[in-house]
Design a protein around this ligand. Structure first.
Ligand SMILES: [Zn+2]
Length: 412
């Protein structure tokens, strides 16, 4: 065989090894049989590739009891000592940090209030301190960190890693055109990935939540804002310039209230935790009786979405009405998604669906069944996310780890 032909074969085998390594990173604790199905390679070929990866020290093998059949099988994962990643969810109210290995195994995590009132510089410096403290908790040296991912809920340029704007009251000037990726890379000396917070949560949904095994689905997040992430054939769909998924700014009422985007009647202006709380508070101010006031210790300003959910469960008609009205708006917009994209599933997450999962989902289902075209409506699964509020930081850690696999493979 000529040296050129030989080098071509080596190159092809490296590509296969890298592809299998990526599959294992995405599906930790996977078996050879599962890998054969996922990759389309024969079991003999997979056995050969795995032998090569084990020999190069990329993988660990562990005997575990298989869930379905109760028999022991060998599970393959990336070797934890290859390095760690940090996932950060820099939210309006909470700052969440997680340190994981490349398989997504959590080594330490931390949650604090973001305290946006400190201003950008104050928030970032405190964030850096908390990152270093979390690394100490995880017993991880700074030099073992391979990458950092940050989820942010403002308008961002993913390619450049820049925060373009942050349409939150009092924060607009502080967070305009901030090169966050560059700032973090200068501070920690490792690659940084900046991503939209809903896409970070949706990534968790795909790997850890209700999206496991799904290829075409939409994740809808409703909290202080409304966002969505669209998965087509297993990949996040970003659109022409990266801004796909602005589900919160779909018009549900042309004559509706003004939205922060400048338009009016957007879903986000009608159905978020904030609009629900404000609607309940306004009704109480007008004298409408409600158990929410009692649950909030007679302090109208202390009413939360959790209190409203609890009151609705206890048959408080004001709380029930506020939630079902919001759910109807979300359902109407979701019906449009069903008609437009014909997804396998829509998964609803975020603070609103965490607070009142059953009530919200029932109403959304009713509206979607009523409004969407019959065939798509019958086939779509409408689900509530099982994940907790750390889904954003964990999703970022997974995204960063996935981005690093190729570099790690080429370096080792
Ligand atoms: Zn809008």
């Amino acid at each position: 065989m000529s040296p050129l032909a030989q080098s071509r074969i080596v190159k092809k085998s490296s590509q296969t090894e890298l592809a299998v390594l990526k599959l294992i990173q995405m599906n930790p604790a996977t078996s050879r049989v599962e890998l054969s199905t996922l990759s389309g390679l024969s079991s003999a070929a997979i056995t050969g590739v795995i032998a090569g990866l084990v020999q190069k020290d990329f993988l660990v093998e562990e005997r575990v009891v298989a869930k379905m059949i109760g028999r022991k099988r060998v599970a393959l994962s990336l070797r934890p000592s290859l390095g760690c990643v940090i996932g950060i969810d820099l939210g309006t109210f909470n700052l969440r940090i997680v340190v994981t290995d490349l398989n997504g195994e959590i080594l330490a995590s931390r949650q604090e209030e973001t305290e946006m009132s400190r201003g950008r510089e104050g928030v970032l410096q405190r964030c850096f301190t908390l990152i270093r403290e979390t690394l100490v908790c995880a017993k991880v040296k700074c030099s073992d960190v391979l990458g950092i991912g940050v989820a942010f809920s403002g308008v961002i340029d993913v390619q450049k890693g820049t925060i373009l704007s942050y349409p939150r009251l009092g924060q607009v000037e502080q967070w305009r055109n901030v090169p966050l990726k560059q700032i973090i890379e200068a501070e920690f000396g490792v690659p940084c990935l900046l991503e939209d917070s809903v896409r970070a949560v949706a990534t968790s949904e795909k790997y850890l939540g209700a999206g496991q095994g799904l290829k075409d689905f939409v994740y809808v997040d409703v909290g202080m804002g409304v966002g969505a992430s669209i998965f087509i054939n297993g990949q996040i769909y970003r659109g022409f310039n990266g801004s796909a998924g602005e589900f919160g700014h779909m018009t549900v009422d042309e004559d509706g209230p003004l939205c922060c985007c400048g338009s009016s009647g957007c879903l986000e202006a009608l159905a978020t935790c904030t609009t629900i709380i404000e609607a309940v508070q306004a009704a109480i101010e007008k004298g409408v009786p409600s158990k929410t006031l009692e649950l909030a210790g007679a302090d109208r300003a202390a009413i939360t979405i959790e209190i409203i959910a609890q009151a609705a469960e206890e048959n408080d008609s004001l709380a029930y009405r506020a939630l079902t009205e919001a759910a109807s708006h979300i359902g109407a917009a979701a019906a449009d998604l069903v008609n437009l994209l014909n997804p396998q599933a829509i998964i609803f997450g975020g603070a609103l669906f965490r607070a009142a999962p059953v009530l919200m989902l029932e109403q959304v289902r009713r509206v979607v069944r009523h409004r969407a075209m019959e065939k798509s409506a019958n086939d779509v699964s409408l689900l509530v996310s099982p994940l907790l509020s750390d889904a954003g930081s964990r999703g970022m850690a997974r995204l960063v780890a996935a981005n690093l696999v190729e570099t790690i493979y080429l370096q080792n």
